[in-house]
Design a protein around this ligand. Structure first.
Ligand SMILES: Cc1cc2nc3c(=O)[nH]c(=O)nc-3n(C[C@H](O)[C@H](O)[C@H](O)COP(=O)(O)OP(=O)(O)OC[C@H]3O[C@@H](n4cnc5c(N)ncnc54)[C@H](O)[C@@H]3O)c2cc1C
Length: 392
């Protein structure tokens, strides 16, 4: 690709950075990824990938590896219970339009990163660990951006992409400090052995809290529970296991044995949920922001990672057809922002419905879910697809 003859420098080796590196390297572009971690260790819990995300992973050539590591839910079956373990309703996620891909898959994050890293390696992507950017200089006369890294080395590239997450350093360097918004939600996650009979996604709707259960491999499942945490409270790390058990103690049925299995603080990942809604433009000259650096979402639709992968595939194909890097980057932001914002808006509403604290309102919510939950799922995925259709 002539447009990128000096190669591409990507800052951040998370889902967005790895996906973009693969999407570009597949097209013959020379790519370097600078990741600030000293070791490739993405130790965390699980992640959901819905069918639209699987379609994006397929474009990157990593779907077989992800399917092998993860667990797909037959017919996208999702059971909703109340906190006592009484069934509210059952819904089914769709396959991506025009495909027979699984409707939803759960996988360990470390496995997803392993598969992405293997693919980068096989495509010859250079990964520099322990690397961050000290300064950026856009040089229109050289048709390049020049970055000085923290070790003093200088890199010249046709394009530089900040894929460095919600607290993006590149975003701050381009546009100044934009603090993530505290949404007032907290997420508690833990990993357990999967009983062989548990093969579907479960979501338990409590009062002010929700608790989900999702298989992530043949022998593991993942619990993710959400609570209202206004004011960003800090929890004692050594007591996280006790705090999680106490907070969700009213959840019965399938939740009970899993909560009882939380015995050590190292089993619990607690995250205060934040959002970034970077106004357009998402780029300056030859430097662009993608993934959480531009549009970190609350996690209630499980789409943040998929939006990051989609950013990468869309950007790579736009660059393939474009004539001018800076213009493509501006057009990319304008194309992606409405869809990412739609996901953020729906996710926030779903979070608020799950966080209702009045027991009577929760009864009404659950009754509405019996009538409406499948239509809500179908509408959401139909709308996502409409964004794609209108962009092509
Ligand atoms: C609780 C929770 C649950 C979620 N569940 C799901 C889910 O089920 N499904 C889903 O699709 N999404 C989910 N998401 C969202 C998803 O995790 C994110 O959207 C996705 O990880 C974004 O990827 P990213 O690469 O943009 O950012 P990140 O994953 O944050 O990666 C950024 C990378 O950049 C590196 N970095 C940071 N600063 C620098 C720097 N200055 N220099 C170099 N490197 C740097 C970091 O070390 C990191 O490796 C969830 C989010 C949360 C908070």
């Amino acid at each position: 690709m002539k447009l990128l003859e000096r190669g591409v420098l990507i800052i951040g080796g998370g889902i967005a950075g790895c996906s973009l590196a693969i999407a570009l390297a597949q097209r013959g572009i020379r790519v370097t990824v600078a990741e600030k971690l000293d070791v490739w260790n993405f130790h965390s819990s699980g992640i959901f990938v819905y069918s639209n995300g699987l379609a994006e992973l397929q474009k990157l050539g990593v779907l077989p590896g992800i399917l092998e590591s993860g667990f797909t839910i037959e017919q996208g079956r999702n059971l909703y219970f109340d906190q006592h373990g009484e069934l509210i309703t059952e819904t089914h996620y769709p396959s991506a339009p025009g495909t027979t891909l699984a409707p939803i898959l759960g996988v360990r994050r470390s496995e997803m990163h392993r598969v992405l890293a293997d693919r980068m390696r096989s495509l010859g992507v250079e990964v520099r660990l322990g690397a961050t950017v000290a300064s950026i200089e856009d040089s229109p006369e050289r048709g390049a951006v020049i970055a000085t890294l923290n070790d003093g080395s200088r890199m010249e590239a046709s394009l530089m992409v900040g894929a460095d997450g919600i607290r993006s350093q590149i975003r701050a360097m381009l546009f100044g400090i934009l603090e993530p918004e505290d949404t007032g939600f907290g997420v508690w996650r833990s990993i357990h052995r999967r009983p062989p009979e548990l093969r579907e996604k479960i979501m338990m709707m409590g009062v002010g809290k929700r608790l989900g259960i999702m298989p992530i491999s043949q022998d593991q499942l993942y619990v993710y529970a959400t609570s209202n945490e206004p004011g960003h409270p800090r929890y004692e790390p050594a007591r996280l296991h006790l705090t999680m058990r106490e907070k969700f103690a009213e959840f019965a049925g399938p939740a009970t044995p899993l909560l009882n299995d939380i015995r050590d603080p190292s089993q619990v990942f607690y995250t205060a949920v934040e959002e970034i809604r970077l106004p357009l433009p998402w780029s300056k000259g030859r430097v662009l922001l993608i993934g959480d650096a531009a549009h970190a979402s609350t996690p209630f639709m499980g789409q943040g990672g998929t939006m990051a992968i989609e950013d990468s595939n869309v950007l790579a194909s736009m660059l393939e057809e474009g004539q001018d890097v800076a213009r493509v980057l501006l057009e990319f932001g304008a194309r992606r922002q409405p869809k990412c914002q739609f996901v953020q808006d729906v996710s926030r509403r779903v979070g608020e419905a799950g966080g209702m604290e009045n027991a009577n309102t929760c009864v009404t919510r659950n009754a509405r879910m019996r009538e409406q939950a499948q239509a809500d799922v179908d509408n959401f995925y139909r709308r996502l697809h409409e964004f794609d259709l209108s962009a092509t």
